[in-house]
Design a protein around this ligand. Structure first.
Ligand code: DGL
Length: 274
């Protein structure tokens, strides 16, 4: 191979990392979108655990069991080099156990973006939308205790039971969803909330509806980009001459058209039984 051959500049294939990403359903694909923008060369395996969805109203113990099974699949069967828990609820319930079981593996979790919200709000009133399991978790409380000394703010925490399920079923603009959002968001609007933390990876898929219901301008805080940045720090840049593959597994039914819309390309959903 001559010195002018362009392939001499290519990184060896083995540098391309295989990243296992999971959530209860479509929500974690909002994180996949950010990972692909930041690390286009990485290979991504995504698992939507739709047969067990929603996670947000289950016990931490149950969610931990599902998460461990998924981690085992990614790491032991698929040889993943890193794991992304693209779900606030599963992070709250299982990330400590996952790190104990796989101490050598880079594992990135998802937490509500309270810190960026503290830097964004002008009114000092921040809304936090998340699943009941996330808001009830010790991890969330520890995050708030750690950060809220930075600046005096008022957090209006809103558990949103049923919202992830409705998003999963493509009912974002259905009257029932609108009514739910009005019940939760009108008090935030009246209180002067100017920043809302989307503490569930499904909620960015309903961002437009949330904005409409809020009426006044509001900043919505998502965490996909921060996760992708953290992953890039842990794994290093990925060879980007050719985009990495995305494979999608689902443990139950999933809206294929929605998957393609979020991922931005045609994908084959691979069914999986646990
Ligand atoms: N997308 C998940 C989260 O970030 C959970 C949705 C659910 O299954 O309740 O919390």
């Amino acid at each position: 191979m001559g010195p002018n051959s362009s392939s001499i500049f290519h990184l060896p294939f083995s540098i391309r990392k295989r990243i296992g990403v999971f959530d209860s359903g479509l929500g974690g694909l909002t994180v996949v979108r950010s990972i692909r923008e930041r690390l286009p060369g990485a290979e991504i395996l995504y698992l939507a655990d739709t047969v067990h969805a929603p996670y947000g109203e289950k016990s931490h113990e149950t969610i931990r069991r599902y998460s461990l099974e998924i981690a085992r699949f990614f790491i032991e069967e698929q040889g993943s080099d890193a794991l992304v828990v693209a779900c606030n609820t599963a992070t709250s319930a299982a990330i400590a156990t996952l790190r104990e079981c796989y101490p050598e593996l880079p594992i990135v979790g998802t937490e509500p973006g309270i810190k960026p919200a503290l830097h964004t709000t002008k009114t000092g009133k921040i809304g936090v939308m998340a699943t009941p399991a996330t808001l009830a978790g010790e991890k969330y409380q520890a995050l708030v205790d750690r950060l809220c000394g930075i600046r005096e703010v008022e957090l209006l925490e809103q558990p949103c039971p049923g919202l992830a399920e409705r998003i999963e079923r493509g009912e974002i603009d259905a009257p029932g969803t609108q009514a739910m959002l009005e019940e939760w968001l009108v008090p935030m609007r009246r209180a002067g909330v100017d920043t809302i933390v989307l503490g569930c990876t499904h909620y960015p898929l309903a961002a437009e509806t949330i904005r409409q219901v809020m009426e006044a301008p509001v900043t919505l805080i998502e965490t996909g980009e921060a996760i992708a940045r953290r992953l890039a720090t842990l794994l290093g840049e990925q060879p980007a001459e050719e985009p990495g593959n995305v494979r999608i597994f689902a443990t139950g039914p999933i809206d294929e058209a929605a998957v393609e819309r979020i991922v931005g390309e045609r994908v084959v959903i691979e069914p999986l039984t646990f």
